[in-house]
Design a protein around this ligand. Structure first.
Ligand SMILES: Nc1ncnc2c1ncn2[C@@H]1O[C@H](COP(=O)(O)OP(=O)(O)O)[C@@H](O)[C@H]1O
Ligand SMILES: [Mg+2]
Length: 248
């Protein structure tokens, strides 16, 4: 692929588990600097989509290009290498409960950046925590953190490798509206600072409104509808406007 502005391109993605067809010809094109929000109800295949992108699940059919590289043709070593440029915020933040905040942040670096000195690791961990306003929590255990703090730590860990592509799986689910708003603002601030591009999986319309350059409605495993927030908000299709029912 010669268009270097395309960060992520998904073509004809299909994934089934036995007779449960989850993704059925899904397509997506993410341009540098933009955010795509994928809207879908619970169980519609949003997490499966993200796991296919990072290579945790193997698609049955289709193509996934990240930074122009076909993810499905890579050996394990090349896949690990390209994964360092992709940040993935898990749905539940996925912090290790037996590790301190500092250890949770060091963990992904030890795996990928063996060449770093301990001072460099320390600086990166502190920079990353500072970015999410939680430097003071560095020695805390995950059990001592609120939901919003856990999410911030998750974001700090996602960003520590300075990824160019960030995949957010339901970044605000389970948070109260005020904390959700703060998390969204943090996502936008960090995007501005590090010039990242994102796929944001959500069913929260305030997230979509504030972040999306484009929204894709995922239904029956495919792109049911696409458009900007304002375009989709005008739709009279009940499969689309049900997402906007509680939106401002
Ligand atoms: N590893 C798996 N094995 C079998 N079925 C799965 C697996 N992961 C997800 N599924 C199924 O795929 C469908 C979509 O799941 P998921 O992507 O987690 O939904 P959501 O949109 O809520 O994130 C569900 O029916 C789920 O049961
Ligand atoms: Mg999910």
């Amino acid at each position: 692929m010669d268009n270097t502005n395309i960060i992520l391109k998904i073509e004809g993605l299909c994934k089934a588990f036995g007779s449960n067809v989850v993704l059925n010809n899904f397509n997506l094109e993410l341009v540098k600097g933009e955010n795509i929000v994928v809207l879908g109800k619970s169980g519609s295949g949003k997490s499966v989509l993200i796991k296919c992108i990072v290579g945790l699940l193997k698609p049955d059919k289709g193509n996934i290009h990240v930074f122009g590289t076909n993810m499905l043709e890579l050996n394990q070593e090349s896949l690990d290498k390209i994964r360092t440029k992709i940040g993935f915020l898990f749905q539940n933040s996925a912090l290790y409960d037996s590790m301190t905040v500092r250890e949770n942040l060091e963990f992904p670096m030890r795996r990928h950046w063996i060449s770093l000195t301990s001072t460099e690791v320390k600086d990166l961990v502190e920079e990353s925590l500072d970015n999410v306003g939680l430097l003071h929590a560095i020695n805390m255990m995950p059990s001592e953190l609120s939901g919003g703090m856990r999410k911030r730590i998750g974001i700090a860990r996602t960003l520590i490798m300075k990824p160019q592509l960030i995949l957010y799986d339901e970044p605000t689910t389970g948070l109260d509206p005020i904390t959700s708003r703060e998390i969204v603002q943090l996502m936008l601030d960090l995007q501005k600072k590090y010039h990242t591009s994102s796929v944001i999986i959500s069913h929260d319309m305030s997230v979509a409104k504030l972040t999306a350059n484009k929204i894709i409605v995922l239904l029956d495993g495919r792109n049911y509808a696409e458009g900007t927030y304002d375009e989709l908000k005008k739709s009279s299709d009940k499969n689309i406007n049900q997402f906007f029912e509680f939106a401002s």
